[in-house]
Design a protein around this ligand. Structure first.
Ligand code: GLA
Length: 386
């Protein structure tokens, strides 16, 4: 887990590299509903939260690169002359961003960067997008590239796709860079139009239960799912050319061509199409202040991710299904790419204490683990803090 506060990052930077030019704070994200819809060009409903990656950055006068990952206690030294994938993995999040700026024909300078934070790694809060987006944000300002936040989110996504090798969608860097206090972001991942949806209910808490399962297959399975969705689109498009992504398809379209689908690809596509619809239902319910409907949709999402998209795991199922049955819980589901990470729970404020006690028992008795539970606040996106 990354656990360094901004002070720890500044101190480490100064000890190793001297005075920083800037400190950037980049938030992790939650997603209320709309899982695996972003790469199918559908809708999502994420928000930036009060868990951060902090980055200390200074430009150099030469072509050198020095990075320090505080929470790993590891350093990296390289050069802009040879930006290539590092076996250590973590430097790739920064190298990929540099590589994407260079692809745009921008003139780069060498850079020193130390980072750390309290976004738990691999727990579905998207620490990687927070890191990529934060680095891109800092360099954009310091090197005077003049790109806007949406362009930086797109650049971060390309960096993850091309340099890290995960074919993820736009949701995570978008939420981290574009977040607003007390707001969810209803994002159309096709044209990137978005709307801030107020979420100011003092009587409701957004609570994450960390399964503490970290699976390295997230990236490979993610890419397999994405390819399966594309196979489904190819079948549908051969009949209806206007279907360019699963976002354009209905369950009726899918049903009409069922014999051409393998059962597995059918399940994947059916999940995505239904999930996209659920985001719209959930947004309409939020507008009416009807969080019961939103919560019920979240529960359906979990079932779909577990049985249709098949990216859950036993620990996540235990956490979501027991939470769903608890009083004061409006909805509970696994969040993020899957195969581990957190569940997201909408819990009535009055029921928070009993939820934590009840889930504590579930952790200890059914998972054999100590509970790790985070109550999140919705916060603004990536910014300079000094
Ligand atoms: C990961 C990806 C996102 C999104 C989610 C699933 O977080 O980075 O682009 O696809 O999984 O919704």
């Amino acid at each position: 887990m990354i656990k360094s506060g901004s002070e720890g990052v500044v101190n480490a930077f100064r000890e190793n590299y001297g005075k920083e030019d800037a400190m950037v704070r980049s938030p992790g994200r939650v997603n209320l509903i709309g899982e695996h819809t972003d790469h199918n060009l559908g809708f999502v409903l994420p928000a930036a939260v009060d868990k951060y990656i902090h980055l200390a950055i200074r430009l150099r006068d030469d072509r050198g690169l020095r990075f320090l990952a505080l929470d790993k206690g590891e350093g990296f030294a390289g050069s802009l002359e040879e930006i290539r994938s590092s076996k250590a993995q973590w430097p790739n999040y920064l190298l990929g961003v540099l590589s994407e700026f260079r692809e745009l024909g921008l003139e780069l300078r060498g850079v020193d960067c130390a980072f750390g934070g309290d976004v738990p790694i691999g727990c579905g809060l998207s620490s990687s997008a927070a890191l990529e987006g934060g680095f891109a944000f800092g360099l954009n300002e310091l090197m005077g590239f003049g790109m806007d936040r949406v362009a930086l989110a797109q650049l971060s996504q390309r960096s993850e796709n091309r340099f890290v090798g995960v074919n993820c969608g736009i949701m995570d860097p978008f939420a981290s860079l574009m977040g607003r206090a007390k707001k969810l972001i209803r994002l159309d991942c096709r044209d990137l139009s978005y709307e801030y949806v107020p979420f100011e209910r003092e009587d409701i808490r957004i609570v994450l239960c960390d399964s503490q399962v970290r699976r390295s297959l997230t990236g490979s399975e993610y890419n397999i799912r994405r390819a399966q969705c594309e196979q489904g689109v190819a079948i549908l498009r051969s009949h209806t050319p206007s279907i360019q992504s699963l976002r354009d398809a209905s369950l009726e379209d899918l049903e009409a061509h069922r014999p051409e689908f393998s059962p597995e690809i059918f399940r994947r596509c059916a999940y995505v199409i239904a999930e996209n619809q659920r985001v719209l239902t959930a947004c309409a319910a939020l507008e009416r202040g009807d969080l019961k409907v939103l919560g019920a949709a979240m529960n359906e999402t979990h079932a779909g991710l577990a049985h249709g998209y098949e990216v859950s795991c036993p620990e996540l199922d235990v956490l979501a299904e027991t939470a769903q049955a608890m009083p004061g819980v409006l909805g509970s589901r696994m969040m993020g790419a899957g195969f581990g990470g957190c569940t997201i729970n909408l819990v009535e404020a009055e029921a928070l204490a009993s939820f934590e006690t009840g889930m504590g028992e579930v952790y200890r008795n059914r998972l054999g683990k100590e509970p790790v539970i985070h109550v999140c606040k919705l916060r603004g996106g990536t910014e300079f803090i000094g």
